[in-house]
Design a binder for this molecule. Structure first.
Ligand code: ZN
Length: 258
């Protein structure tokens, strides 16, 4: 499932069309528009505009144009980008395997290349001029102050980190890896962290995102092999605990994560 790092890879791949002029947009599946805009309206807003930037906020990719409109793409569980037939992440962990181009939901042709969004389960969506005020600060640059205000709730720590309105960009793997590295239990009330713990967690999230980005994605964490095997903590050998927290399968070390 695409997290911040995978969407960042999509963003980089899509950026080849910066400077190109949009010649056509196709929405083979109108349901992908989630009734926020209709296909004709989207086409009118984007056609003949030049792409001036491709940005990312959390897990949302933003195609910015010189017509004043921005296209937002949410990838959800199984969304992927293919640029000129090339797929930036052919083996997306926990996603559909490469080669499945049978479910195009959006095709944007430009003079600099063609961007196709495929999404077999169709849980992703397109938005014209998306409202980004609902998104929290990006996890890749999260400050201690931003994390502190994100954790002002009684929900479990892991659930707060997954809430895109609190911190944008973390998915299940990045959240578990960061909490394991910071030695914090995922089920603790978010509000309970002291200042040292908040500082440690903010620093750990930023460092984890950067390191896993260099390694190649959210699935390259130090916890991943043990996670896949439902095995033992790679640091201390204690069998990992498994539970559903924040609606997602969560693994942690019951000895070290407090
Ligand atoms: Zn451990």
């Amino acid at each position: 499932m695409p997290e911040l790092l995978e969407v960042e890879a999509y963003r980089r791949a899509t950026a080849v069309v910066v400077g190109g002029v949009i010649t056509a947009v196709q929405c083979p599946d109108p349901r992908f528009l989630r009734r926020t805009v209709d296909a004709a309206e989207l086409s009118a807003a984007l056609a003949d505009a030049a792409v001036v930037a491709v940005e990312r906020r959390g897990k949302v990719m933003l195609v910015c144009t010189d017509a004043g409109h921005t296209l937002g793409v949410r990838f959800a569980m199984t969304g992927r980008v293919i640029v000129d037939g090339h797929e930036p992440i052919p083996e997306l962990k926990y996603g559909p395997r490469g080669g499945d181009t049978a479910s195009p939901r959006f095709i944007m042709s430009t003079t600099a290349g063609t961007v196709t969004v495929v999404d077999p389960r169709r849980l992703g969506s397109l938005h014209l001029d998306p409202d980004l005020t609902q998104l929290g600060p990006d996890a890749s640059t999260l400050s201690v102050a931003e994390l502190r205000s994100a954790l002002e709730c009684r929900r479990p720590l892991k659930a707060a980190l997954l809430d895109q309105g609190r911190v944008a960009g973390l998915g299940n793997l990045l959240a578990d890896e960061s909490l394991w590295r910071a030695r914090l239990a995922p089920g603790r009330p978010a509000l309970d962290l002291d200042m040292d713990e908040e500082r440690r967690l903010a620093r750990t999230i930023v460092a984890t995102v950067a390191q896993l980005g260099r390694r190649g994605g959210s699935h390259t964490g130090d916890l991943q092999a043990a996670r896949d095997a439902r095995g033992a903590c790679p640091r201390c050998g204690t069998p990992l605990q498994v539970a559903r927290i924040g609606g997602r399968t969560t693994l942690w070390c019951p000895v070290e994560q407090r």
